[in-house]
Design a protein around this ligand. Structure first.
Ligand SMILES: *Cc1c(COP(=O)(O)O)cnc(C)c1O
Length: 412
C-alpha cells in the first residue's frame, strides 16, 4: 500500500477499520481465552473515555503534566496497598510486562554492580516455566539465563533447591512466577525466598498475570500462598495492569521493596546537546492515556469491583475444571486463579485444539507437556458450558479419527 495522495473521509476510513476486524478472533463473544481480558462493556467504556481524556499528554513530562505524575504515583500506591508493600516501597508504571521485567533485571544488575564484586557475565536463575521476557531482556543486556527444570512431583512448580544450586557469585536475580503462564501455577515464593536470602540474591516475583488477581482471589477465600512483598526476600514485583487489572493496553507496574533498590532504575542523561532527560523506565514518551485509563479503572472498580470480577473468573475456572475432568482430561498442577492447562492422556491434544479452533475458539497451548490452555475473563462465566460441550465433541472427533487410523493401519 502506498500512502494515498489525497486522504479519505474519516467515515470511510472508519468503515475499513471495522471491516478489517471482522476476520479477527471473536473475543467479544467470549470465544477467545488469550490476549484479551474481557471485563464487560462498563469497564470498556471507562478504558475508552479515560484513555481519550489524556491521549495526547505525555508521561515523559511530569512537570508539564502533574496530573499524570499524580495518577502514576497513586496507581503505584494502590498496587503496593494490595501487594503488602512495606513502608518506603515504590515503583513505576511501564508499557507492559516485558518492560517491567526488563527494568527489574536492569535494576538488579546495577544494584549488584554497586553492592557486590561482579566479574564477567552476570546470570539470572529462572524456573523453566518463566516468561520469555526474561530471556529477551537478558539477551539485550548480555546476561546469561539459567532455566532450571520444574519439580518432578506433578505440581509444575519451580524447584527452589535446584535453583539455589544453579546460583553462583555472578547471579543477580532469582525468579518465581505468581502464577506462571504455561500452567497457571503459583511458584513456592516463600521457599524461593529462603534460598535467595541464603545466597544473598535478589528475588523477583513475576506477578504480571496474577498481581491484580491473586490479592482479590484471596479476599474471596481462595487459598493463595504468600507471593508478594509479604515474603521478605522479594525485592521486586512485575504486575500488569493491562491483564487482570482490566486497564487499557500499554500499562504495567514494576515495584521495588525500597527506594534504595529503586534508585538503580532511572536513567539520567545530561551529556548531550539537548535538555537533561531523566526517564524512570525503558520508554521515552509515555502515553498519558495508558496511565489515566489504568487509574480510572482502578478507581471505578475499587476492591469490591475487582473481587466481583475475579470471583467470576474463578467460578468460570472451577466450572471449566469440573467439565474438563468429567471428559477424561487431567488438569496440570493446582491452578487457583484464571489460567488453566489440561490434557487428555489418551488423545492428540493439539488435534483437539485444532478442532476447537475450527469451532471458533481461540485459545493458547502449553507445550511442556502438550496441553490446551485457557486464560479466562469475567465474560467466560457466560460461555464456559458451551466451551465444555464443544470440547467433548472435539475429543470424540479426534478419538474417532485415531480409531480410524488404527483400523486402517491394521488392514493396510
Ligand atoms: C503476560 C506475561 C508477561 C509479559 O507481559 P507483556 O505485557 O505481554 O509484555 C510476563 N510474565 C507473565 C507471567 C505473563 O503472563
Amino acid at each position: 500500500m502506498k500512502m494515498p495522495s489525497t486522504g479519505k473521509s474519516w467515515e470511510d476510513v472508519r468503515e475499513i477499520l471495522i471491516e478489517r476486524g471482522l476476520g479477527d478472533a471473536k473475543w467479544r463473544d467470549g470465544k477467545t481465552a488469550v490476549y484479551v481480558f474481557n471485563a464487560g462493556p462498563e469497564v470498556a467504556e471507562v478504558q475508552h473515555h479515560a484513555y481519550s481524556l489524556y491521549m495526547s499528554e505525555n508521561g515523559l513530562g511530569p512537570i508539564a503534566f502533574p496530573s499524570l505524575a499524580q495518577m502514576e504515583r497513586e496507581v503505584i500506591e494502590m498496587a503496593l496497598s494490595i501487594l503488602h508493600g512495606p513502608e518506603g516501597a515504590t515503583g513505576a508504571m511501564t508499557s507492559g510486562g516485558t518492560d517491567s521485567i526488563t527494568m527489574a533485571i536492569k535494576t538488579a544488575r546495577d544494584y549488584a554492580r554497586a553492592t557486590k564484586s561482579l566479574s564477567g557475565t552476570a546470570n539470572i536463575v529462572l524456573p523453566q516455566s518463566a516468561h520469555p521476557a526474561f530471556d529477551k531482556a537478558a539477551h539485550l543486556m548480555d546476561i546469561e539465563v539459567r532455566r532450571i527444570a520444574l519439580k518432578e512431583d506433578g505440581s509444575y512448580e519451580a524447584d527452589p533447591a535446584a535453583m539455589g544450586d544453579a546460583c553462583d557469585t555472578q547471579t543477580i536475580m532469582m525468579v518465581g512466577s505468581a502464577p506462571n503462564f504455561p500452567h497457571g501455577v503459583i511458584d513456592p515464593i516463600e521457599d524461593l525466598g529462603e534460598v535467595a536470602a541464603s545466597k544473598d540474591v535478589w528475588l523477583h516475583t513475576d506477578a504480571c498475570v496474577g498481581g491484580y488477581f491473586a490479592p482479590f482471589a484471596r479476599m474471596n477465600g481462595v487459598s493463595v500462598p504468600p507471593f508478594d512483598f509479604e515474603v521478605t526476600a522479594v525485592h521486586s514485583i512485575s504486575a500488569d495492569l493491562h491483564k487482570y487489572g482490566y486497564a487499557a493496553k500499554g500499562a504495567s507496574t514494576v515495584l521495588f521493596r525500597s527506594e534504595e533498590l529503586y534508585r538503580h532504575m532511572p536513567f539520567n542523561m545530561r551529556e548531550w546537546s539537548g535538555a537533561p532527560m531523566l526517564t524512570p523506565t525503558l520508554a521515552g514518551t509515555r502515553p498519558g492515556g495508558a496511565i489515566s485509563a489504568a487509574w480510572a479503572v482502578m478507581n471505578v472498580l475499587g476492591v469490591e469491583g475487582y473481587r466481583e470480577k475475579q470471583g467470576l473468573v474463578c467460578t468460570a475456572r472451577e466450572r471449566a475444571e469440573a467439565g474438563i475432568k468429567a471428559l477424561g482430561f487431567e488438569v496440570l498442577g493446582n491452578p487457583v486463579l484464571g489460567l488453566i492447562a489440561f490434557r487428555h492422556p489418551g488423545h492428540d491434544n493439539f488435534a483437539i485444539y485444532s478442532e476447537m479452533y475450527r469451532k471458533g475458539w481461540f485459545t493458547s497451548i502449553t507445550t511442556q507437556p502438550p496441553s490446551l490452555h485457557l486464560m479466562l475473563s469475567p465474560k467466560h462465566a457466560e460461555v464456559i458450558d458451551d466451551y465444555i460441550a464443544d470440547l467433548g465433541e472435539c475429543a470424540e472427533i479426534v478419538a474417532a479419527g485415531e480409531q480410524g487410523a488404527k483400523v486402517e493401519a491394521r488392514y493396510s
